[in-house]
Design a protein around this ligand. Structure first.
Ligand code: 5GP
Ligand code: MG
Length: 172
């Protein structure tokens, strides 16, 4: 594994994001919705740096190859989702890759009549993508490599690493 972002850097940047979010919402209550399971660590650090009246919920998203050869569908499990109608919602995910997961969630929450929907991610992969939409907050831009740690897994391993590392061919 090749380390990309060390733990103290992440801590510092997440605290900064928390302050930025605190300033942007100016005391308005916020509903934070984490995308399971990769956002677990970010959600837990970020919510402790946001000084606003806060509710926290989670959502599960899985992408699966569709029956067509093009495209991937995203299925959302909304069972853990709190009421979002008329609320300001911040979706939190680990990484912005193709962007399909987050755009599907944003669309779904708009349908549920949230007052506003923004998204925050730890990592933003530098790669081409089809959509115009991008997250409102991000921690770090990274190259288009497969990463683990700070919530991100490979076959359910490495989630609890306090740093972010790229897997190398020998790790697979
Ligand atoms: P997207 O819908 O943006 O393509 O993908 C988002 C999801 O794919 C993330 O929430 C994450 O679960 C998974 N993913 C994308 N890139 C990586 C990566 O480099 N490492 C890990 N562990 N998961 C990734
Ligand atoms: Mg995910």
């Amino acid at each position: 594994m090749r380390r990309l972002i060390e733990a103290p850097e992440i801590q510092q940047r997440v605290a900064q994001l928390g302050r930025q979010i605190t300033d942007d919402y100016r005391g308005r209550p916020l509903t934070v919705i984490g995308v399971l399971t990769g956002s677990l660590v970010l959600v837990s650090d970020l919510i402790r740096s946001i000084e606003l009246p806060l509710r926290v919920g989670m959502i599960r998203a899985s992408s699966y190859a569709g029956r067509t050869t093009t495209g991937t569908d995203v299925s959302l499990d909304l069972n853990l989702l709190p009421e979002v109608r008329s609320r300001d919602v911040l979706i939190v995910d680990d990484v912005f890759d193709t962007g399909r997961t987050l755009t599907a969630i944003v669309e779904r929450l708009k349908t549920a009549e949230a007052a506003s929907v923004r998204a925050a991610v730890l990592l933003w992969k530098d790669r081409p993508r089809e959509m115009q939409w991008t997250p409102d907050y991000f921690g770090f831009k990274i190259p288009d490599v497969f990463v683990v740690g700070y919530g991100l897994d490979y076959n359910d391993e490495h989630r609890s690493l306090p740093y972010v590392a790229a897997l190398e061919p020998g790790d697979l």
